[in-house]
Structure formats: structure tokens, C-alpha cells
Design a protein around this ligand. Structure first.
Ligand code: 5GP
Ligand code: MN
Length: 335
């Protein structure tokens, strides 16, 4: 993988480009992709953003979201775009399989693949150019750095600012995590200078849910939360029937895992959800416990040191059992 700066001189020639993010995109995946989309468009490139799957309704306010293709709904058209793209930007993921059904076509596409990502252990051989930096708060911060290093700062308008702000704000837990560096705050100052209304972005992301989601959270905290004090761990496990009962949609469970960490002394929080097609796991930690390693070792996943995801193809009960056994194996690190 060559350094991303090597593509900067090549940006002058108009190109056909695709921007791809990870499946079930979060605000950073969608925000970094759309932020980059607007800038590349302004340069005269032909750009399409493709999401491997659908996304949460609360991301659809982002400028440009209406043009994003859902690969599962537009498979033939998306494959054609991948096939003829000169460049394919891969944002907020670093292993091709995180694009689910797109993995094969993305791997076979003849165009140049360019990585911009902040997760651990990138699949470097899959990318021709790129930057992988785990010290970065978000893919949105990295897109901002890329735009600045290409001397394209004048292309950062309010629309770009809203997209990138959404990504960096959510990935830093509203500027709470240690990744919210001084450069992150300097970036936000530049975004604010475009006239961006940051309160509006927070509202769009956090105050747009339906009543049933709030009721569901109440139910989950009351009836599905287990605190395992001997391991300083909190586990929320959600059976499929709860998702049906509360009419849970994509994105409605985002953030639920964090509640566990608000209990005094809890260092590790897990959320295990039976999504019917697979069991989805989310892991968060405070301090030294490395959930990236944990997710890799036990749940076919990965991510960051303090936030990672994974999956299981067993039943919910078997997955919970395996989770408990894995806690035992990690008892020392969880003290
Ligand atoms: P979440 O629990 O919100 O799905 O994921 C937490 C973090 O881990 C996010 O940064 C997400 O992109 C990352 N992540 C989730 N699943 C995987 C996975 O299977 N592999 C890798 N490398 N990262 C993941
Ligand atoms: Mn991210």
C-alpha cells in the first residue's frame, strides 16, 4: 500500500470514482464518505457512494445521503459502477469482508483501491494506496486531513462540514474519548467557520427517534441487563422476539452497549443481539482491557482497543455461554 499523498497529484485528471463504507454504516462511515463525496464532486470527478447495506434513518438528513446507493437494493447497478471505477475509496473499514455481499465484487474490481481508516490490523495487500492510522479519532478526521493536505480546504463548505462533524463527534463519544485530540478541536473550529450549526447536527442524530426505541431501551435496561461484578462486566443480551415486539429498525440499538459502562467499577460492557440472520456483538471497555483482541479471539470481529464488534453463528444462548466462558479466561485482565 503506497502512501495516500501519492494520489494527490493524480486528482487533477477527471475520474470515475466510487466511495464504499462498511456494512450498516454509522455516522462516521456515512459522514466521512459524504464529506469526501462533496469535495471530489466539486473537483469535477464522477463520484458515487455505495453502502453495502441499508442504514439508520437518523443518517438520512446528511447532505447527499439521498444519492447513496444501497448495494443490496441496487446490486447490478453497483457492480457495474465498481467494474468501471478508476478509483475506489474505502472508508472507515480496513478488511474487505466488512462490506458483506460486496466483498467479492470489491476485491475483483479492476480500479485502484484507496484506504482511509482508523481501525486496527488493516488488510494492507487489498489496497493500492491509503492511510491507516489507529491514533485518529475517526475516518472523518482523516478525510479532513486528506482534504487539507491536498490543499482543497476551500472546498469545505457547510455541507461537507455537517457530514464530517457528525462523524468525528459520534466517534469521539461527543469529544469525550482520548482520541479527541487538540487537532480534532482545531478541525471542528474550521468546520464551525463554514457557518455549520453543530446543535442541529446533534439534534438530527440524537433527537429523531420514535417512541418505541425509548421504550425498548427501558425494557433492555430493566430486563436484559446482567451485571457480572466478579468480572467488572455488564452484559445486555437481546432476543429476536424483543426486536420484533418493539419494531426495532436498523440503528435503533446503537449506543445501547454504552449504558453498561456507566455503572461504577464496570470496565467491560457487551451487547449481544439476536438479529435472526446472525448474532451481532458489540464490545466497549474503559482502560486497559483490549476489546479489539477480545472480539478477534472469540467473536470473528475486531475494531479498536476500547470499541469493537463481532458476530456468532450459534444460538443466542450458546453465544452467551461462550461469552461467559471467555470472561473466565480473561478474569485476570478484567480485575
Ligand atoms: P459496533 O459495536 O458499533 O458495531 O462496532 C464498534 C467498532 O468496531 C466500530 O468502529 C466498528 O467499525 C468496529 N467493528 C465492528 N465490527 C467489526 C469487525 O467485524 N471487524 C473490525 N475490524 N471492526 C469492527
Ligand atoms: Mn469510524
Amino acid at each position: 500500500m503506497q502512501p495516500i499523498r501519492n494520489i494527490i497529484p493524480l486528482l487533477k485528471e477527471p475520474k470515475t470514482m466510487v466511495i464504499v463504507m462498511h456494512q450498516k454504516p454509522d455516522a462516521d462511515a456515512m459522514g466521512s464518505s459524504l464529506g469526501l463525496f462533496h469535495v471530489l464532486n466539486a473537483l469535477g470527478h464522477q463520484v458515487t457512494v455505495i453502502s453495502p447495506t441499508n442504514w439508520a434513518e437518523w443518517l438520512s438528513w446528511m447532505p447527499g445521503a439521498e444519492m447513496v446507493l444501497d448495494y443490496e437494493l441496487n446490486t447490478a447497478g453497483s457492480n457495474e459502477l465498481l467494474e468501471k471505477a478508476d478509483w475506489i475509496f474505502c472508508l472507515d473499514f480496513n478488511v474487505l469482508h466488512r462490506t458483506r455481499k460486496m466483498t467479492g465484487p470489491l476485491g475483483k474490481a479492476p480500479g485502484i483501491r484507496i484506504l482511509i481508516d482508523h481501525h486496527q490490523q488493516p488488510q494492507k495487500e487489498a489496497f493500492d494506496f491509503g492511510i491507516s492510522d489507529t491514533s485518529k479519532s475517526s475516518a472523518s478526521e482523516m478525510v479532513f486531513d486528506f482534504i487539507e493536505s491536498a490543499a482543497l480546504g476551500d472546498k469545505i463548505n457547510q455541507a461537507v462540514a455537517e457530514c464530517l462533524y457528525a462523524g468525528v463527534m459520534t466517534d469521539t463519544g461527543s469529544f469525550r474519548f482520548s482520541s479527541a485530540s487538540a487537532s480534532v478541536h482545531r478541525m471542528v473550529a474550521v468546520l464551525k467557520d463554514t457557518g455549520m450549526d453543530h446543535s442541529k447536527v446533534h439534534e438530527n442524530l440524537f433527537d429523531n427517534f420514535l417512541e418505541n426505541r425509548l421504550r425498548f431501551i427501558g425494557h433492555a435496561l430493566m430486563n436484559r441487563l446482567e451485571v457480572l461484578y466478579e468480572y467488572n462486566t455488564a452484559l445486555i443480551s437481546i432476543p429476536w422476539k424483543d426486536l420484533v415486539k418493539f419494531q426495532i429498525r436498523t440503528g435503533d440499538t446503537e449506543g445501547l452497549v454504552n449504558y453498561g459502562l456507566t455503572i461504577e467499577g464496570i470496565k467491560f460492557a457487551a451487547l449481544i443481539i439476536d438479529r435472526d440472520e446472525e448474532i451481532k456483538c458489540s464490545f466497549r471497555s474503559k482502560g486497559g482491557f483490549d476489546v479489539n483482541e477480545f472480539a478477534r479471539n472469540y467473536f470473528e470481529g475486531g475494531g479498536h482497543r476500547n470499541a469493537a464488534g463481532g458476530r456468532s453463528s450459534e444460538s443466542l444462548e450458546q453465544t452467551i455461554q461462550r461469552f461467559r466462558a471467555s470472561l473466565q479466561e480473561n478474569a485476570l485482565q478484567l480485575q
